[in-house]
Write a protein that binds this ligand. Structure first.
Ligand SMILES: NC(=O)c1ccc[n+]([C@@H]2O[C@H](COP(=O)([O-])OP(=O)(O)OC[C@H]3O[C@@H](n4cnc5c(N)ncnc54)[C@H](OP(=O)(O)O)[C@@H]3O)[C@@H](O)[C@H]2O)c1
Length: 322
């Protein structure tokens, strides 16, 4: 699996990350280990987790994903090969939604303990916190870095301008800023004014920001929970937008031409974009993960990208009729 530079850090990160949100909860330990093995066999080096994964699943409290990830690293003796992330800032259990210094520092300690590691490679601010001065947040991340508890800081669910504000301040203070931004992203485009609660999307503006400032982009929920292909999963209603039908047609057409699945074209499209958006790929069984990782085999030609990116309904009809 190809690796790209992680922002301006000099570190190299896999073009596909592995999302471990339900590992240790909905996905049991044995299957989780198997899925991480398969990802490693494909030369992937980035495992994405968070402190609260997966506290909303009945019978679980958060920290399960980190614990299973940590025990897998221990059993494989491969800590040095992998980049691991965790996140802080969303609420779970008795922890409030917050990017205050004491929360960032104490949650980091807990994550390190649960994973059984000394350092988290990428520690994310999970969501922008309007109640806390950005200076307090950035100083806490700097403190963790100085102590060797994290290597790099990342942002998630931050508007680009908020992230730039944070990074500007960090630069002025001689602290390190955020090197990457993790937002919701898939091939279908939701309605412009639609909302996903606290989840923010990658927009053309985000892409311009990332290119200009050398920020690595990561996209979560790339497969819309399987709804591109599954009868049992309805597309989230936010994706019921004017160009949904035409984009689905374009997706199926390219998938047909390549003999790929629509899921594979979505994932491939993300790494063919400029800037690259690293998809956080996941699944709950071996065949899903294999299908998704096999997306790496496909090359999207300029013609495919034109179909996927540029067609409006009229152009598509013309193409279909010729
Ligand atoms: N920063 C954030 O705020 C944030 C938010 C959400 C997620 N994330 C990260 O992003 C990762 C991925 O998020 P997500 O789970 O929402 O991703 P997703 O790609 O939208 O959905 C994954 C789910 O889709 C189904 N699926 C996957 N591959 C499939 C296939 N080939 N065929 C049919 N169905 C398939 C599976 O559902 P079933 O298991 O039900 O079969 C799987 O659990 C997470 O693990 C986490 O690391 C970050």
């Amino acid at each position: 699996m190809r690796k790209i530079l992680l922002g301006s850090t000099g570190e190299r990160i896999s073009i596909f990350g592995l999302g471990t949100m339900y590992f240790g909860s909905k996905v049991d330990k044995k299957v989780s280990f198997r899925l991480m093995d398969i990802y490693e066999d494909h030369n992937g080096n980035f495992l994405d987790s968070a402190n609260k994964y997966a506290s909303w699943v009945s019978g679980f409290h958060g920290g399960e994903s980190e614990a299973v990830l940590g025990s897998w690293l221990k059993s494989k003796h491969n800590r040095q090969k992998m980049l691991i992330s965790s996140k802080v800032g969303f609420p779970y259990g008795n922890i409030p939604r917050s990017l205050k210094s004491d929360i960032i520092i104490s949650e980091c300690e807990k994550s390190l303990r649960r994973m059984g590691v000394e350092t988290i490679d990428i520690y994310f601010a999970h969501a922008y916190d309007a109640e806390t001065a950005i200076e307090e947040t950035m100083e806490a991340f700097y403190h963790l870095k100085k102590e060797g508890k994290i290597r790099f800081a990342g942002a998630s669910n931050f508007p680009a301008w908020r992230m730039e504000e944070a990074n500007n301040l960090a630069r002025q203070k001689g602290w390190e800023g955020f090197c990457c931004l993790q937002q919701r992203h898939s091939y279908l485009e939701p309605n412009v004014r639609t909302a996903f609660g606290n989840q923010l999307l990658i927009t053309p503006e985000t892409e311009d920001f990332a290119l200009t400032k050398n920020i690595t982009l990561m996209g979560y929920s790339p497969l819309l929970n399987g709804s591109y292909v599954r009868e049992d999963r309805k597309l989230p209603e936010q994706y019921n937008s004017l160009n949904t039908d035409i984009r689905l047609k374009a997706l199926r057409r390219v998938a047909g031409e390549l003999n790929a699945s629509p899921n594979q074209v979505v994932l491939s499209w993300m790494i063919h974009s400029n800037p690259v958006v690293i998809p956080l790929v996941t699944g709950s069984n071996e065949s899903q993960i294999r299908e998704n990782l096999n997306a790496l085999k496909f090359h999207l030609s300029d013609d495919h990208l034109k179909i996927l990116n540029n067609l409006d309904a009229t152009q598509y009809e013309l193409l279909e009729n010729n």
